[in-house]
Design a protein around this ligand. Sequence first.
Ligand code: ADP
Length: 270
Amino acid sequence: MSGPMPGQKISLPGVKHVIAVASGKGGVGKSTVAANLSLALRAAGQRVGLMDADIYGPSVPLMFGLGLVDQTKVPFPIEKYGINLMSMGFLVDPAQAIIWRGPKVAQAVGTFLVQVPWGDLDFLIIDLPPGTGDAQLTLSQQAPLTGAIVVTQPAEVSLIDARKGVSMFQEVRVPILGIIENMSYLETPSGRVSPFGSGGGRKLAGEIGVPLLGEIPIEPLVSTCGDSGEPIVRKHPDHPVSMAYAKLAQTVIDETAKQPDSGGLPTVQL
Ligand code: ADP
């Protein structure tokens, strides 16, 4: 497989907007946000692709109930719930990928991005590997990103990592569309409680002058739906969490409309 040369910007001609969903560390809900945002954009009438670039812990196969995928179908995207899906998990055994270093990860994902016939899409959402190492930096540089969304949890300790994510995009001059605070609070019969602290996402958004795009509560259904292959936005479209995603999708549509189309960007050497 031949991929992009180091430093070369990837061109995805049929794709209007490419959006990276990133987090400073694993476990904050990045993949869950990427999947549900993709479904909410689809529900809003957009043509959507979702690229699971998280080679160490690919989540798309589980969250979309795909199980084992026939390798001969790769690199063609697999359509489920109206979304064109690709996952590094279709290609690479995560147990083997764990020994890969950043440059190899970036090269594999870059090659994958170029070779998959995405077709005409309004949005390609890229679920980046967690963290801010070489692989993430190279990908952020090479992919024709319209913008990035940084997912964080509300605690101060999570913000330290989220700030690293923000700096990474600033370094490669990718606009940050906003911050999503996940696991913000828990609705209980006696009111809201915030086991992971509160206000972190708002604070970070304020610090860097970008919108807080959403505060998603801790909701056990989010987890059970994801684990059973049908994310909450698809399974329970009227649930308050799904409504929050619908609002988020609309904000993403509005914010990206202000940016130039990715497909229209010239191929440039960095
Ligand atoms: P990451 O991609 O950041 O590693 P995941 O999206 O895999 O994180 O989420 C980690 C775990 O947390 C998963 O089991 C997921 O179902 C769960 N989860 C994510 N968001 C929520 C939420 N808002 N409420 C409850 N569980 C959640």
